[in-house]
Design a protein. Structure first.
Length: 214
């Protein structure tokens, strides 16, 4: 009787082992990354993309910097975060607290409020619209104005404005085209010694080079 019970237990144990579920192998990290990867656009080559603006515009803008500031202000081309537009910006400036805003180093002596930014905007949904109206509403009317010192077109689809409020100058430039889903802007806030380089900042903002409209 005891032998029969032992044989029964042994048979049940063997049957259980044979029906044990197969272990599923975990996916490797490489497999997971491959599955999650999505095609990305190749990064532009700065040397090729910057060649024209370096040759034609950069020397002209830097020539507008007063002699007293040439050691502190030297403009060089830079892409925006989306690689859509190239602008000339002071090459020694660093990112400020506001995303996308460049500021001079604290020891540059160019004014605490001095900064520069450039990029693109949609004024709501990114689709073709009246960009001249959007630029005026979103960019020009956002700055304090005591006096408008300059307001003139950039080609047939753009505008540059310089305003004064107290001891600060504001440069606002925009470029667009009717069928584009966005407009492009360049802004500069100048205080203190930086105001002496106003014409250089105006030239830099006017010279935005749009590489991708969409």
């Amino acid at each position: 009787m005891r032998l029969r019970s032992c044989l029964l237990v042994l048979a049940l144990f063997i049957a259980s082992a044979c029906h044990k579920p197969a272990r599923t192998e975990p996916k490797s990290a490489e497999t997971g990354l491959a599955a999650a990867a999505t095609p990305t656009q190749a990064a532009p080559d700065p040397e090729a993309e910057f060649a024209d603006i370096r040759a034609r515009i950069q020397p002209v803008v830097n020539a507008r910097v007063p002699v007293a500031l040439v050691d502190k202000l030297k403009f060089a081309p830079q892409f925006d975060a989306k690689s859509r537009v190239i602008a000339l910006v002071p090459e020694s400036w660093v990112m400020g607290d506001t995303p996308g805003t460049l500021q001079p180093p604290p020891d540059a002596g160019l004014g605490a409020a001095t900064s520069m930014a450039f990029g693109s905007g949609c004024d709501g949904r990114c689709k073709p619209k009246n960009w001249a109206e959007s630029f005026d509403q979103v960019e020009v009317r956002r700055v304090p104005v005591q006096e408008i010192e300059l307001d003139e077109p950039i080609g047939t689809s753009g505008r540059v404005v310089v305003t004064r409020a107290g001891g600060v100058r504001y440069v606002i430039a925009g470029i667009w085209k009717p069928d584009s889903a966005r407009y492009f802007f360049c802004r500069a806030t100048l205080e203190g010694a930086a105001i002496d380089a106003l014409q250089a900042f105006v030239g830099a903002c006017r010279a935005m080079d749009i590489r991708r409209w969409q």
